[in-house]
Structure formats: structure tokens, C-alpha cells
Design a protein around this ligand. Structure first.
Ligand SMILES: [Mn+2]
Length: 339
């Protein structure tokens, strides 16, 4: 857990800055976006100019988060502090921060606010505030705000709640603590309506008939390996190109895959024309191995949720390596549990 002194360091860096750029990696989600927008409010109230940057478009399903359209993909100039939210993974930041920008960023202080186990190796000096005891980066920002007397207006409070609810799956994951729930309760006290947020979210979750039909086809294609312990789906580029603007294909089925009898790990593999292969991994309570599996392919994440990215022009060989890895990891996990 970060010390109060570290929070003071963050506070000092923030107070000394004029123009702060907040960076999300190439996989924006509800936590990274809610955290960025909350920081925009908080830092704005502290009199700072804030630019929210993300190298990829914010996915449509996050449209319920008000202010998403203020995130830009043009890297700003003449900022004097960088805050990276929700990751310290160099791989995930590779596309977010290209070499020219690394040089720019390195000229000024950098703060990383994160709650992931996987440690990063970033190519510049930075103040890492990593707290693996919180459920979301939003909860970490709430704690910093409390400790440093940062203002939390109604909108900042809403954005922090959104980020916490996104990563805790509505306060239902194992990493959710009483502190998390207290943070949300205190934020609700600032005038936030949970039902208003959730109605907006549901509206954006609606699928078109075409997407529902595509989901049906994906469900038909799920492969089961390792005596049914591993459920695997492959989403080729043609389908990413056709559907992902409307709905992330892996998200359509991965939770259903995890909820099949006997399945312990669910994985969605996507293949891209440049040979990129991404893996989204979900583990069940009897297999908290998602991060371990991702680690073998240069990725990271949490015990239940993790991801990786690799490059190969041979999908089949990556798939077989993955199946063998899951087999090994599950055996080691079961052995450790019974040992
Ligand atoms: Mn997060």
C-alpha cells in the first residue's frame, strides 16, 4: 500500500504543475476513463489545465460515461506533468507513447496511478503509486483526494463511482472491500445517483439484432479443451472489422463461456492482419490464474481478469502453446492448493 508520504509527493507534483496530461493506455475501460475524467474535474478545480489523452478511440459501450468525448488522440504539447492511469505495463503503453513522446514526457515529472499486480518497466523516471489493495484506480484516486484534501465535486464523485463500479463489477468482485463500499457511499453523499448512472449504462449496452445474431454464431464456435476446463473462442480480423465498432466480439461471449459447467478459464483470441494476436483471459474462483497465464505471453492483469498481446503469423501454434500453458498453470495451481 502506498504511504501517506507518497500521496504528499503526488500532491506536491500536482500543485507545482500548470498543464497536466492524463494518459490512458491502448485498452481504455470504465476504470481508466472514469479515473481520467475524475482527475480532469479535480485538477481543474485546483486551477490546472488538463488534457485527457488516449491513443485509441473510446469504445462505444463507454458512451454512458459523460465527457468521454473530451479524450483526445492528439498528443498535447507544452505540458509539465504526466499522469498515467490504470496501467504501468510498457506493452500496453507502447502505442500510447511513441518514442518522440517519451522524450517529451521524460522532461517533466511522471506519476503512475495503478492497482495492477504486474509491475511496469517504463522508459522514464516516474513516481509509481501502485495500490493492489484497492479494486480500481478510481478508489486509489479517492484515497489520494481524501489524504490531500483535493476537491471532489459532484461530477468528480460520479466519475470515481463509475470507475469503481466498472472494475468491481458493481462491488461484487473479491477485491472489493468495506473500504471500497465506504468510498462509494461517501461519493454518493456528494449528490450522485447510482440508478441514473446504471440506466445510462444499460441504454448503451443494448445490442442491435445483427449483433445478437453474431453472438449466436460465436456461441456455436466455442472450443472446449483440457477436458472442458478451458473454453476458447477465436475472433478473426474480418469479424473485428465488421462488428467491433458496435460491440467488442470477445465481450459478447467471454462471460457466458466462463459460466459453462466445468469451465475454469475462458479465453478469447483475436487475430489482426499485422500478425498481432491478443488474448483476453477470464478465470473462475477455482482458477485464479488469469494473470499467470497472461504473464507467459508478456501480458498481465489480475487473478480473474488478464490480457496479453503477442505477434505471430501462425495462429494455430500460438493456440497450441496457449492450451499447453493453461494446462501447466492449472496443474501447478491445483498442486499448490493441495500441497
Ligand atoms: Mn483498473
Amino acid at each position: 500500500m502506498p504511504t501517506p508520504a507518497l500521496f504528499t509527493d503526488v500532491d506536491n507534483l500536482v500543485r507545482a504543475a500548470n498543464h497536466i496530461v492524463v494518459i490512458q493506455a491502448e485498452n481504455p475501460d470504465g476504470d481508466s476513463l472514469g479515473s481520467s475524467l475524475a482527475l480532469e474535474e479535480i485538477l481543474g478545480d485546483l486551477g490546472k489545465k488538463v488534457t485527457l489523452y488516449c491513443p485509441v478511440n473510446i469504445p462505444k459501450y463507454l458512451g454512458y460515461i459523460q465527457g468521454w468525448d473530451r479524450v483526445v488522440d492528439d498528443f498535447p504539447n507544452n505540458f509539465d506533468l504526466t499522469i498515467i492511469v490504470d496501467t504501468a505495463s510498457a506493452v500496453l503503453l507502447e502505442r500510447a507513447i511513441i518514442p518522440e513522446q517519451v522524450a517529451q514526457i521524460a522532461q517533466h515529472p511522471v506519476i503512475v496511478l495503478d492497482h495492477h499486480l504486474t509491475e511496469g518497466t517504463l522508459p522514464f523516471t516516474h513516481t509509481a503509486v501502485t495500490d493492489t489493495t484497492v479494486v480500481a484506480t478510481g478508489e486509489l484516486i479517492y484515497n489520494i483526494a481524501q489524504s490531500c484534501a483535493w476537491p471532489l465535486n459532484k461530477m468528480a464523485s460520479e466519475q470515481l463511482i463509475i470507475s469503481i463500479l466498472a472494475d468491481s463489477l458493481g462491488l461484487m468482485t473479491e477485491a472489493t472491500t468495506a473500504k471500497t463500499i465506504r468510498a462509494v457511499a461517501n461519493l454518493v453523499d456528494n449528490g450522485v445517483s447510482l440508478s441514473t448512472i446504471d440506466n445510462r449504462r444499460r441504454e448503451f449496452m443494448k445490442k442491435s439484432p445483427a449483433i445478437l445474431a453474431y453472438k449466436g454464431r460465436l456461441l456455436q464456435r466455442i472450443e472446449y479443451h483440457l477436458d472442458g476446463a478451458l473454453a476458447l473462442i477465436h475472433v478473426p480480423w474480418e469479424e473485428i472489422a465488421e462488428y467491433s465498432d458496435q460491440y467488442n466480439p470477445s465481450v459478447l461471449v467471454i462471460d457466458e463461456m466462463r459460466l459453462v459447467t466445468g469451465v475454469r478459464v475462458a479465453i478469447a483470441l483475436k487475430t489482426y492482419p499485422d500478425g498481432k494476436i491478443t488474448g483476453k483471459i477470464r478465470g473462475n474462483p477455482d482458477a485464479k490464474v488469469a494473470e499467470t497465464i497472461a504473464g507467459f505471453f508478456g501480458g498481465g492483469g489480475h487473478p480473474y481478469v488478464a490480457g496479453f498481446r503477442t505477434y505471430s503469423d501462425n495462429y494455430e501454434s500460438v493456440k497450441h502453446e496457449l492450451i499447453a500453458t493453461v494446462d501447466r498453470v492449472l496443474q501447478a495451481y491445483d498442486h499448490d492448493k493441495t500441497a
